[in-house]
Design a protein around this ligand. Structure first.
Ligand code: MN
Length: 213
């Protein structure tokens, strides 16, 4: 069973004006699609891994044969990260966090304090990568981290609660080199209900609600 590109849960134009239509088309149909295609090409060399989800592979990269390890790290990583990303945004999102995520964020101070810390970590990630709120499975103690390239927090033993993509392909058409402006505007899309579902899954299963094929 091959990995599949999940359809966007909304129209390409739905996240305007924060993320422009052309960026969404390229990001989903070209970038995410390429991660899926390349992950599948790598797994063709090792059919015994074909039943594993992206997250299972990323959780133990050392168990992945060396000849495809980098390809899986980058492309199963890209598949898992983007599959999360589309879902934790929605048109008309934003506002203050509610429920369990609101409680979890209190350790960072006010919601504005949290956003400042998260955005700073995203702005400082040199080159391509992601900024995350992540937690150890079985723990209620979340932390802000950034990862290079398509590296997943899962490979560090952490559960990605949510993350923002700071690759230039995520913002450059509209924001050019103004990454901090993109990071600040992005909060108008965040889908707190979906994030609370991910937190519930972290509590129950210690892993993402849905593993991605
Ligand atoms: Mn991306």
């Amino acid at each position: 069973m091959a990995f599949e590109l999940p359809p966007l849960p909304y129209d390409y134009s739905a996240l305007e004006p924060v993320i422009d239509t052309q960026t969404m088309k390229l990001h989903h149909d070209m970038h995410h699609a390429a991660y899926v295609k390349n992950a599948n090409a790598a797994l063709e060399k090792h059919p015994s891994l074909a039943s594993k989800s992206a997250e299972e592979l990323l959780r133990d990269l050392n168990a992945v044969p060396e000849d495809i390890r980098t390809a899986i790290r980058n492309n199963a990583g890209g598949h898992s990260n983007h599959s999360m990303f589309w879902k934790i945004m929605k048109p008309g999102g934003g506002g203050n966090p509610t429920g369990a995520i609101a409680d979890l964020l209190k350790k960072f101070g006010s919601f504005d304090d949290f956003k400042t810390k998260f955005n700073d970590a995203g702005a400082k990630q040199f080159g391509s990568g992601w900024v995350w709120l992540a937690a150890k499975p079985g723990s209620n103690d979340a932390q802000i981290i950034s990862t290079p390239n398509q590296d997943s927090p899962i490979s560090q033993g952490l559960f990605p609660i949510f993350g923002n993509d700071v690759w230039e392909h995520a913002y450059y058409l509209k924001y050019n080199n103004r990454r901090p402006e993109y990071l600040a505007a992005w909060w108008n899309l965040i889908h707190w209900d979906e994030i609370n579902k991910r937190l519930a899954s972290l509590k129950q299963h210690g892993e993402p609600a849905m593993s991605h094929r």
